[in-house]
Design a protein around this ligand. Structure first.
Ligand SMILES: Nc1nc2c(c(=O)[nH]1)N[C@H]1C(S)=C(S)[C@@H](COP(=O)(O)O)O[C@H]1N2
Ligand SMILES: [Mo]
Length: 414
């Protein structure tokens, strides 16, 4: 071993580089209630499970032993099902690699672009333990407090999920003519915390709905439920699903924001009409203002492209060659193109996209920049997906969901 020790962690008894670390919010017993991915430190495409972000809208449920778990599938079907985990695992399996992204991820960048607020940084994430404590005492934050609140960021991770296609189960059960929705329910319960919605609005001076104590539920339109990549998964990254990620079984809905990926799944019901799920009709909706009569539910994400280096805080940069690097992904499939501008958008060049380019996973991209003249530079990156969509796709909305704008890196070369 060389005399110089690596500054980092000890792994398997040897000095090693620092491992990724989840930024976590914990309860008094040290149990994780929420977490954010250290995305700037991630190498490769798959986020290690321990560093994958964690979001829970209601109360974290008690774990259910896999042998005691059952899934029911009923409603508008010819043959209702009741399955144990072993029975579910006997259906033809499938693995999908996909990005999970919370609908409210990067919400602070909306304020930066639309309202001239300071630019957030993915290096600094909110104090999640403070938020967990706030959630526990159900306090409603005041407007002042919310203005000082840092927006949600780093609520995104890439993973490989293993399970069965929901379509296989539905085919077995036989949806009746007229069936339109597949209603998915988790066994977690709780009363939605008003602070969560106030934070996503950035102010607390409007009345919001209180549905009381509910199960977390979502109803997928039949077409998305029948997409073969929509899974019921029991494994993530080669291991059984962790409790915080919805064990024993959760839903995987590639391309659609995290709120569709129902965790702790226990009940499926096929219906003709959309059931009035709170997290589908009141929260996780678009709309220009809180009283906008048009509040469509969120579905597919827009087109995302983020610069991971260099960031504003890496400035000043030495003159010379710099790799501009980042990640790009889309809610509607494969990334076909990434372009970079080093002159604030006056001209664009193609970046190199690293293989593989999977349909639902992000891609890594890079561009070698010859920064030979001192000065201030505005670096931009934008992506195009297989549907020809270029970012941004999602306009400002009052809960600041699905941000997919182009965020510059402003750097100085000396
Ligand atoms: N049962 C249940 N499923 C849920 C939630 C929840 O509160 N309860 N939160 C949703 C939200 S808003 C997100 S962003 C994702 C987060 O998944 P993760 O914690 O595995 O990253 O789970 C979704 N599935
Ligand atoms: Mo979310």
């Amino acid at each position: 071993m060389s005399k110089r020790e690596i500054e980092g962690d000890w792994v398997m008894g040897w000095p090693d580089r620092k491992r990724l670390e989840l930024n976590a919010g914990k309860d008094a017993e040290g149990r994780v209630l929420s977490g954010r991915t250290p995305i700037l430190d991630q190498e490769g495409l798959i986020t290690p499970t321990d560093s994958s972000y964690v979001v829970t809208q209601l109360d974290m449920p008690e774990p259910v032993h896999p042998d005691d778990w059952t899934l029911t599938l009923g409603g508008e079907v010819e043959r209702p099902l009741r399955l144990s985990l072993d029975e579910l695992r006997n259906f033809p399996g499938r693995s999908v690699r996909a990005v999970t992204e919370c609908a409210g991820n990067d919400e602070g960048f909306f304020d930066y672009q639309a309202r001239g607020m300071p630019k957030p940084s993915r290096r600094y994430v909110p104090d999640l333990s403070r938020r967990a404590a706030m959630k526990a005492d159900r306090g409603t934050p005041g407007n002042e407090e919310l203005r000082g609140e840092m927006g949600n960021t780093c609520a995104m991770s890439g993973g490989e999920f293993t399970g069965v296609s929901l379509a296989e189960l539905l085919a077995h059960a036989g949806p009746k003519v007229g069936a339109q929705w597949v209603w998915l329910e988790g066994f977690d319960r709780g009363r939605p915390d008003p602070a969560v919605q106030y934070r996503s609005m950035g102010h607390a001076d409007v009345a919001i709905d209180d549905p009381g104590v509910i199960h977390y539920d979502k109803a997928l339109p039949l077409a998305k439920a029948l997409d073969p990549d929509t899974l019921l998964a029991w494994a993530q990254n080669g291991e059984w699903l962790l409790h915080v990620h919805g064990a024993p079984v959760r839903c995987i809905v590639p391309g659609w924001s995290g709120n569709w990926w129902v965790k702790w799944l226990s009940r499926i019901e096929v219906t003709r009409e959309m059931p009035p799920c709170y997290h589908q009709t009141k929260y996780f909706v678009y709309g220009a203002t809180p009283d906008d009569p048009q509040k469509p539910m969120l579905t597919a994400m827009g087109v995302r492209c983020i610069i991971t280096a260099p960031l504003d805080e890496d400035s000043p940069l030495e003159r010379g060659t710099h790799a501009i690097r980042g990640l790009a992904w889309s809610g509607m499939g494969r990334i076909e193109r990434v372009e970079v501008s080093v002159d604030g958008g006056a001209s664009w060049r193609d970046a190199h996209i690293e293989a593989p380019r999977e349909r639902w996973l992000w891609v890594r991209w890079s561009y070698l920049w010859e920064a030979n003249a001192p000065g201030a530079y505005r670096l931009l990156a934008r992506a195009t997906d297989e549907k020809g969509r270029v970012q941004p796709q999602t306009p400002w909305n009052y809960q600041r969901k699905h941000f997919d704008g182009i965020v510059p890196s402003d750097v100085v070369v000396v």
